[in-house]
Every structure is written in C-alpha cells, then in structure tokens.
Design a protein around this ligand. Sequence first.
Ligand code: GUN
Ligand code: ZN
Length: 427
Amino acid sequence: MAHLLLGQTLAFTGDPFTEGPGAARHETHGAVLIDAGRIVATGPADVLRRAHPRAAITDYGRALITAGFVDAHAHYPQTAIIASWGKRLIDWLNTYTFPEEMRFADPAYAAEVAARYFDLTLANGTTTVCSFATIHPQSVDAFFAEAQARGLRALTGKTCMDRNAPDGLRDTAQSAHDDSARLLAKWHGVGRLSYVITPRFSPTSTPDQLAALGALWADNPGCLMQTHLSEQLDEIAWVKSLYPDARDYLDTYEAHGLLRPGGLYGHAIHLEPREKDRLRDVDAGLIHCPTSNTFIGSGLFDMAGLKAAGHRVGLATDTGGGSSFSMLRTMAAAYEIGQLRGAPLHPSALYWLATAGSARALRLDDRIGNLVPGMEADLVVLDLASTPAIAQAAARADDLWGALFPTIMMGDDRAVRAVWIGGQARG
Ligand code: GUN
Ligand code: ZN
C-alpha cells in the first residue's frame, strides 16, 4: 500500500560543489510518496495529499526527510575497538585491530558483532554501508546475512592479507583469490547485496596476492574494489620499501590490475601529482574518512582541491579507526578539516557528500542517496531540534542550511527520528 510521509524534504538536483547550494530542492511542507519499496513522488504536501487520498499518512511535522546516509568505507569487525587510545596507524593495527579481527574466525562472534553494528548504524540514520570484513569468509557471510534479514542495501568483501599480519590472520594469494571468487558468486547481486574485492592495503599483500585479486577484478569488472591509499607518511615509506620498483603508492595497485573505474581508495591524503592525475583519469573513488584521519593522526584530506579537479569523492566513518558511527559527526569532522585547510564546506556540500556523493562513489547513485522518484525508499527523518543546544541555535536560522548546520555540527543519534529501509519503517 502507498505511504505518504509528510515533513520538510530535501533532494539534490546536482552537485553543490560545482553548482552551489542551489543544487538542492527544499520543501518546507513537503511529502514523499513511497510504494513497493520505492520513492514514487515528491513535492508539496497539499498537492500529493490531494493526488493520493488513499495513501497511509505518517506526519513528521517539522522534521527533515532525506535520503538515508551512505557510509562509503567502514570496518564492521572493528565495532568493539572503536575509541582505543593512543596509537598511530601501524601500531593501532597491530595493538587493537588485528587481535580483534582474529576473533571473527568464530561465526557466532561475527554474527553477534554484525547485528550490533547494524543496530548502531541504523540508529544513526545510515542505510547503506560499504564495509571491510576480516580475512575469514564467515565474516562476510555474517555481514550479508544480517543485512539481508534487515532488507538493507549493503556491500562488503573478504579482507585479503598474506603478509605482515599475525598468524591466524593471513591467507595466501591463491586462497584469497578462490575464497573471494566463491563469496562473490554466492552473494554479489543477491537482493540488495554487492560483493567488493578487498585487498586490505599494499603492506599486507604480496605482489602475487595483488595480482591474483587484480585478475579476479578483471574477470568481474562490474564489481567494486576497495582498499587503503596514502593514509600516513610512515605507511607510505613502508610501501616504498616493500615495493622498490613502484613509482608511488598508487602504482603498487596499478601495476597489479587494481586501478580501474569502480576502485575505492580510502583516505588518499598524501597523494603525489601523478597519483592524483591517474585517479582522476580513471574516475576512481576517493573516500574521505575525517574522524579517522584526526583520531589516528593521519592528515588533512584536500577536499576542495580534489573536488575542483573533478575527482569522484565519497564520505565515510572508517569505524573503528574513525571515532563515530554517525555520518552527522563525520560531516562535522569534514567541515573542521576544511576549516583547517582554509576551505570550509557549505552544509549543502556536506550533506550531499553523506548521501548522493557517497552513493555516486559506490556507483549506486541511480538507486540510492537522493529523494528522487524511482529510487529505493531508504530514508532518514531528522529532528532539527534534538537537543536544547541545537534547538536554540536552529531557531535563529532563516533558511534550511542555517537550520540544518547545528544538527550537522552537534547532532547524533538523538536527531534520528525515524529510518525507512526499502519502504519499511524501522525503529
Ligand atoms: N589501513 C589498513 N588497514 C586499515 C584499517 O583497518 N583502518 C585504517 N584506518 N587504515 C587501514
Ligand atoms: Zn579503512
């Protein structure tokens, strides 16, 4: 049965980075008509009410209805180690991450954390996540089974590592290829699920493993591939020592068939000019992980420069290197990093990144990430006065962006009034 949601509505008609804040459509008294899991119509509430008198109505009052948040890079197995103190990337991996990821050999533990992870992300209004799993195939099964049970559009892949990781957390070039191929055949395109080929990063793969995964990607060019790139200076120096013939960090992927459209490169902070040129020419996805980049002390992503140069950029929590499950908090961190680089991001650009921009990075922007007829009905409903501090700041606003920015900067799961998944309301 058709369902009419009433509230303020926000949709994007273009990319605010290139077209400005006018690339958005805001209705103060708006409506979204959903039916059979899809958005059927959007527009002024009175018009849609008259046109669809038999639709069930949920009235969200002054709350803001938009597409649900899209988190383009996360590590669901790091849920329990979020906010672990005091280490930088390589020490952080060895001290906190690898011991925790070892536990995912147990399918019951993987299932428990996957359920906890989706409870947390949904409570924060995130309706699609592209996550790393662990090296264990059962960690992929646990994630997809939980996403499937909740009707979510979700993406993950077996994280591949065949060196520089502890015993019990290494595969081989051959087993990484074969396990990934088997999981891809099992899950890719099943319902709303997508398999992502996932070498962790060059230091934990041999050239043979990167080449094996490059070959798998060539056999399955419709899949995405996700990895990490140029996050910390120590890491880049390590990559240079491990791959002495590579022109730069990106070349370790490029030389092994791991640079194509549909590549997702997390962090991408300390890029050489050649790397930027190649990433833009290929139209690869760069994923900005701002709370992680400050928490682990990695550096300041050049959002303004990369967007101006035409890069495809998404936004992500990178939990648990990132310090929050919230895409609101993630937008706030992106704003602060922009300020530190002398290029503050407008609220329209921040919100676009967290929805349509991340969907575009994941090449799903024809299905999710915007309030447009025909798209899947994955929605978030935000209370723009969810705490006294936010309410009093928003009350001064004279347009939507002024009313939304306090929630972007100070909001959390208390701002999430409702989430709709595939046209169904979820608590
Ligand atoms: N580089 C390689 N693995 C990881 C990871 O799990 N988190 C982050 N932030 N960077 C990485
Ligand atoms: Zn990551």
